[in-house]
Design a protein around this ligand. Structure first.
Ligand code: GDG
Length: 726
C-alpha cells in the first residue's frame, strides 16, 4: 500500500467565496503549501482543514466536499460560533497572546476552551474517518494542539507529527494557563513535536518535566510507553522563487513604477500582518526618533509600511489599527513636507509581484517584532536581493534571528538602538552589505522550505522506527512462557536482580525503599528452589543490603559491583581498591549540595554519590550537568569513572561495574544453563552487555537498552518472578 501523508491545519490552502450564487475557489499558496509540494508527488496526500467558508446548508457542504476532493483536500466545516470561540477565542485571544508573552491580552474563558476541545475533536473525527494504519499525519499549529492525542487514541500505530509555528513560551509563562496539562497531553500524542528554534523545544521539554514529571534525554522522553521527540526545524522559504522573481516581467514593471516614485530617496520597508506581537508601534517611534536625531535625512528617506489586515474581529487588533493610524498621522504631520511623506502607509494585502518588487527595491528591511515564531518576511527580503544591496534590521526576539546573525540585530524594546540601527543601515558601505547578504543567502538557500519539510518527515520516520524497535522488545506472553519453561528445565540457574526501580518502585524516602514482606517471601522461595542462585545486584551500600536480605540464602553485590558476598560468606572486593581520592572530591560535592537545596551526598566505601531526586526538578538537572562537567575534568587522570544514574551522579573506581561483577559470579558458578538479569537504569546496561547473548536480559521501562526485552514496571518484574517461583 502506498504511504500517505495527511496534512492538517486550521485553514486549507484554498479560499471559497460566493459570487452571484456560485461558489468560487481560489488557491492560496502559502509557504507551507509550497514546501510540501514535492511530497504531493511522492505520497498519496490529503490536506484537511477549514475551507474558510461558513454554511449551514447540507447541500452546499456536499458540493464543496466533492469539489475539494478533486484537489485532494478535505474540508472540516465550522459554524460561526466555532469560529468565534475556537479561532478568534481560544486560539487568538488565549494561546496567541500567551505564547507571545502578552499576558495582559489573554482571555481565560472556559467556553472558549470548551469549543476549542470540541473543534479539535471534530477534526479528529474527520481524520479518523479517512486515515489508514500506514499514514503519516502532520498536524500544524496552535489551533490544533489537542489533536495529536485524540488521533493517537483512535490510531495507535500511525505516525503523528506536530509543528508549532509560533513560539513555545517559557514554563513560567505557560504554567499560568488553566488548561496547560491538557495541552501538554494533547501534544504528547505526537511522535515528533517540532519547533522553529531550539529554545522553544527546550521550553516544551521543561514544561513536560515540571508539569508531568517527564524527564528527557537527547530531547526524547517516554510517554505512555512510547518515545516522543521534541526538536527544532527552522522553517525556510522557497528561496528560488524570491531570488528569481526580479527577472519576471510583472515584477520588473512594478519595480520601475516604484523606483520612479521614490527617485533618489532611500527606502525602508516594513511588512507584517497587523499584530501587537510584531512591534509596529515602537518601530514607528524608532523611525520618528531617527528623523528627530538626523534631520539631514528628511526628504531623503521613506518608510514603506505595509500592514496586512488580520483578525479584525478581535478587540486588541481593532485597537492596534487605530493606534497605528494615529502614529502614522502624527509622524507624517510632524516631519512631512509638501511633496514628501516620511511614511507611506498601506493597510491591505498586496499581490505577489508588488510584494516582490518591494523586497527588490527596498534598501533596508525593518523587522522588529516583540516575539515572532520565525518571521518569514526577513528571509524573503534577504532572498530577493540579487545586486548585493540591502540591509536587514531584525529583532533578536524573532526565531529567524538564530539563523540570520549577519543582520543588524536589535532589541525591540530599545527604541534608541533601533533608531541607531536605521542610521547604520542607511550608511552601510556596499561591500559590507554584499558580504552580509551572501552569508545569509547561503544559509537560507540551503535550508529552504522543501528541505525543512523533508527534514521534519525524516525525523518523524526515525522516531517511528525507534518506537517500533522498542515495541518489538516488549516482553510478550509468549516469551514469558518461554522463560518460565526454560527456567523450569534448567539445572543450574542464576538470576541477577537489581533492586531500586526493578523489584520495588523508585522510592523518594528511605521508609518507602524498604522491601515489603511479599517481596522478601518471593525472594526466599526463589533462592530456596533447587539449583537456583539469586544475586541481588544493587548500587546500595552493603550495610543496607545486609540489613534487609542477610537472613535469606542469597548472593549479593553492593555499590554497583564494588563488593560481593556469596551466600553464607563475607563481603569482599573483586579487585584491590582505594578510597584516598574521596577527600579530594568531597569538597566539590559538598559545594554542589550547598548550591542545590534538596541534594545530598551518599558516602559508600568505594564510591561517592551525589543525589538530586529531592531537589527542584530543573535546578537538579542543571546542577547535575555542571557537576558532571567539573568531575569529568577533575577525574581525567585518576583511575575513576563518573556515572549518571537515576537522579544521581556516582564516582567510583574504573572498571568496576555490575557487568564485571556478574562475569565474576558466572565464572564461579557451575556452568549455568539459565541466566536471567533484570534492571532499570544506566548501571544495569553494563550487566546486559556483559552477559552471553542467550541470557534473558530485561529492562524495566520502555527506553533504549542493550537488554533483549523490556517490561513496563517493577510490578511486571515481580509478576514474572512469582511465576518462576511456582
Ligand atoms: C506565523 C508565525 C512564522 C505578508 N503580507 C503579504 C504577504 N505576506 C506573506 C509573507 C510571508 C507571510 O505572509 C508572513 O509570514 P511571517 O512568518 O512573517 O508571519 P506570520 O503570518 O505571523 O506567520 C511566524 C510563520 O507562521 C511560519 O511558521 O514565521 O513567526 O507568526 O510569507 O510573504 N504575501 C502577499 N501579500 C502580502 O501583502 N502575497
Amino acid at each position: 500500500m502506498q504511504e500517505r501523508l495527511l496534512i492538517v491545519s486550521n485553514r486549507l490552502p484554498v479560499n471559497i467565496s460566493k459570487r452571484q450564487g456560485e461558489l468560487v475557489y481560489s488557491k492560496s499558496a502559502g509557504g507551507l503549501a509550497t514546501g510540501l509540494a514535492s511530497f504531493y508527488k511522492n505520497y498519496d496526500s490529503r490536506w484537511i482543514g477549514w475551507p474558510g467558508y461558513i454554511t449551514e446548508s447540507k447541500l452546499e457542504k456536499m458540493r464543496i466536499t466533492d469539489d475539494l476532493h478533486k484537489d485532494a483536500t478535505v474540508p472540516v466545516f465550522l459554524t460561526r460560533r466555532d469560529i468565534e470561540n475556537y479561532y478568534e477565542g481560544f486560539s487568538n485571544r488565549t494561546i496567541w497572546p500567551l505564547f507571545h508573552y502578552f499576558p495582559e491580552f489573554v482571555a481565560y474563558n472556559p467556553s472558549y476552551w470548551d469549543t476549542y476541545r470540541r473543534v479539535n475533536s471534530r477534526f479528529a473525527e474527520q481524520i479518523i474517518d479517512i486515515a489508514q494504519p500506514n499514514d503519516i499525519i502532520w498536524v500544524h499549529d496552535y489551533h490544533l494542539m489537542l489533536l495529536p492525542a485524540l488521533l493517537r487514541q483512535a490510531l495507535p500505530s500511525v505516525s503523528i507529527g506536530f509543528f508549532l509555528h509560533i513560539p513555545f513560551p517559557s514554563y513560567e509563562v505557560f504554567r499560568t494557563l488553566p488548561w496547560r496539562n491538557e495541552l501538554m497531553h494533547g501534544l504528547l500524542g505526537a511522535d515528533l513535536v517540532g519547533f522553529h528554534t531550539h529554545d522553544y523545544a527546550r521550553h516544551f521539554l521543561s514544561a513536560a518535566s515540571r508539569l508531568l514529571g517527564l524527564e528527557h534525554s537527547l530531547m526524547r522522553l517516554t510517554y505512555e510507553e512510547r518515545m516522543v521527540k521534541a526538536d527544532s526545524f527552522p522553517m525556510g522559504i522557497d528561496f528560488d522563487k524570491f531570488n528569481h522573481a526580479g527577472s519576471s516581467k510583472s515584477v520588473r514593471r512594478e519595480m520601475t513604477r516604484m523606483q520612479n516614485r521614490i527617485g533618489d530617496r532611500q527606502l525602508i520597508l516594513s511588512i507584517d500582518r497587523l499584530d501587537y506581537s510584531k512591534g509596529i508601534l515602537q518601530r514607528l517611534e524608532a523611525f520618528n526618533l531617527f528623523l528627530q536625531r538626523h534631520p539631514k535625512y528628511r526628504e531623503k528617506v521613506t518608510l514603506l509600511l505595509l500592514v496586512v489586515p488580520s483578525r479584525s474581529r478581535v478587540d486588541s487588533y481593532r485597537q492596534l489599527k487605530l493606534q497605528v493610524d494615529t502614529h502614522v498621522g502624527r509622524i507624517n504631520g510632524e516631519h512631512g513636507t509638501i511633496g514628501w511623506s516620511p511614511i507611506w502607509y498601506l493597510y491591505r494585502s498586496t499581490p505577489f509581484p508588488t510584494l516582490s518588487a518591494m523586497y527588490n527595491v527596498a534598501d533596508v528591511a525593518l523587522i522588529t517584532p516583540y516575539r515572532d515564531g520565525m518571521n518569514l518576511v526577513a528571509k524573503e527580503f534577504v532572498a530577493s536581493k540579487t545586486n548585493g544591496r540591502g540591509v536587514l534590521i531584525l529583532s533578536e526576539m524573532a526565531g529567524a534571528a538564530a539563523e540570520l546573525s549577519e543582520s543588524l540585530l536589535i532589541n525591540p524594546n530599545n527604541i534608541e538602538e533601533i533608531a541607531n540601527a536605521i542610521r547604520i543601515a542607511l550608511q552601510m558601505p556596499q561591500e559590507e552589505q554584499a558580504k552580509r547578504l551572501t552569508e545569509m543567502q547561503s544559509k537560507i538557500s540551503r535550508y529552504n522550505v522543501t528541505r525543512w519539510a523533508l527534514d521534519f518527515i525524516d525525523g518523524l520516520k526515525q522516531i517511528k522506527t525507534l518506537n517500533s524497535r522498542l515495541r518489538s522488545n516488549r516482553l510478550t506472553t509468549q516469551i514469558e512462557a518461554e522463560i518460565i519453561d526454560h527456567f523450569h528445565a534448567g539445572s543450574n540457574r542464576i538470576l541477577f536482580l537489581d533492586y531500586d526501580g526493578t523489584l520495588v518502585p523508585f522510592a523518594k524516602t528511605p521508609a518507602q525503599a524498604k522491601p515489603p514482606q511479599t517481596l522478601l517471601d518471593l525472594l526466599k522461595r526463589l533462592s530456596e528452589s533447587d539449583n537456583c542462585q539469586v544475586v541481588i545486584n544493587s548500587g546500595r551500600k552493603k550495610e543496607e543490603l545486609d540489613q534487609w536480605f542477610s537472613y535469606l540464602p542469597l548472593d549479593m553485590s553492593a555499590e554497583h559491583g564494588a563488593w560481593i558476598k556469596k551466600r553464607g560468606g563475607e563481603w569482599e572486593t573483586i579487585q584491590p581498591m582505594t578510597d584516598e581520592w574521596k577527600t579530594e572530591l568531597l569538597p566539590l560535592l559538598e559545594l554542589y549540595v550547598a548550591r542545590t537545596p534538596g541534594a545530598f551526598i551518599e558516602d559508600k566505601s568505594y564510591s561517592l554519590v551525589w543525589h538530586y531526586r529531592k531537589a527542584e526538578v530543573g535546578l537538579g538537572q542543571t546542577r547535575s550537568r555542571e557537576l558532571l562537567n567539573e568531575l569529568r575534568y577533575l577525574t581525567a587522570n585518576l583511575n575513576l569513572q563518573v556515572m549518571e544514574g537515576n537522579k544521581v551522579i556516582e564516582i567510583k573506581t574504573s572498571g568496576i561495574n555490575k557487568g564485571r561483577t556478574a562475569v565474576a559470579f558466572l565464572m564461579q558458578a557451575k556452568k549455568p544453563d539459565f541466566i536471567f538479569a533484570v534492571g532499570d537504569d544506566h548501571t544495569d546496561e553494563d550487566l546486559f552487555r556483559a552477559l552471553p547473548p542467550e541470557a534473558y536480559t530485561i529492562k524495566v521501562g520502555y527506553h533504549m537498552t542493550a537488554a533483549r526485552f523490556s517490561v513496563k514496571n517493577p510490578e511486571a518484574v515481580r509478576s514474572l518472578l512469582e511465576k518462576l517461583s511456582k
